[in-house]
Design a protein around this ligand. Sequence first.
Ligand code: PAF
Length: 309
Amino acid sequence: MQHARWPVIHLLGAGSLGLVIAAGIHRVAPLHLIRRPGHWPAVLDLELVGDDSALTCRLPQSGADQLSEPVTHLILCTKSYDALAALDALGQRLDPGAKLLLMQNGMGSQARVLQRFPQARISAATTTEGAYRTAPHRVVHAARGITRIGALNQSDFDWVSLFRQAGYQTEPVDDIRWHLADKLRVNALINPLTAIHRCLNGELLDRPALRQALEQLGAEADTLLEAEGFRFPTTAARQAAAVARSTARNRSSMLQDVTAGRRIEAADITGYLLDIAQRRGLPAPCHQALYARLRQLDSARKPDQTGSG
Ligand code: PAF
């Protein structure tokens, strides 16, 4: 193992994507998984299933309360609604000048983290890597994608080289907020519709009523994001349709959350668009109706099931 160059990297948020990232980074850097407070075996024996192979890796782990060293370099892979609380729970173990990489969907959690941790060096990432879990210790790395990383403040850590060494196709970007917004508009169209109608991504294109809903949601998202200063080369509907086509057999992350009884990650996706609408006095009736349906789905959920551990 080639660990000389990198400091200890902590990773918080052991969901399917977090574990895929952890497994890659573990090959090139000393990596430690931070779990919810509790008693964890010292090592997670993870089975990672790829296209034509399965490998087992042993990832060191502990609850935050058992960490023996300060957290100076942290990849945060929690759901967006857990991000701030997960960092707060680290308390004084989080070095004030820590280098953080935020990998949350949507927009909103990043601004909350920036505000709460002004001395931290903060970057954010968007990724199209796809993963799902088939058992607590078994993750399928379903799609190879691109990870884009950019600084949100005066970040000075080379996350891009670390990710590349770990085997992930990674691009540095100057305006990560634009990339977050670009991903958000796709998620705001595909995820709620697939979660509510319990369908695969590709069915959004095949079923006329859903295709029409996609177009209407897209037109609203275009107006809202443009009012916020974002410019994109394609419309949201066209972009979402292209993604739905290329991921036609996938179950979106929101559909997976609904099916597993987990909390839905809507506040920083649809909720972010509705905040723009409210601030700027713009109508967004389709996103509003969708948000109401998502909140109904969320309140029907059993209260003990939350995000990743
Ligand atoms: O959240 C997801 O599931 C994915 O970001 C996407 C692009 C919608 C594909 O399933």
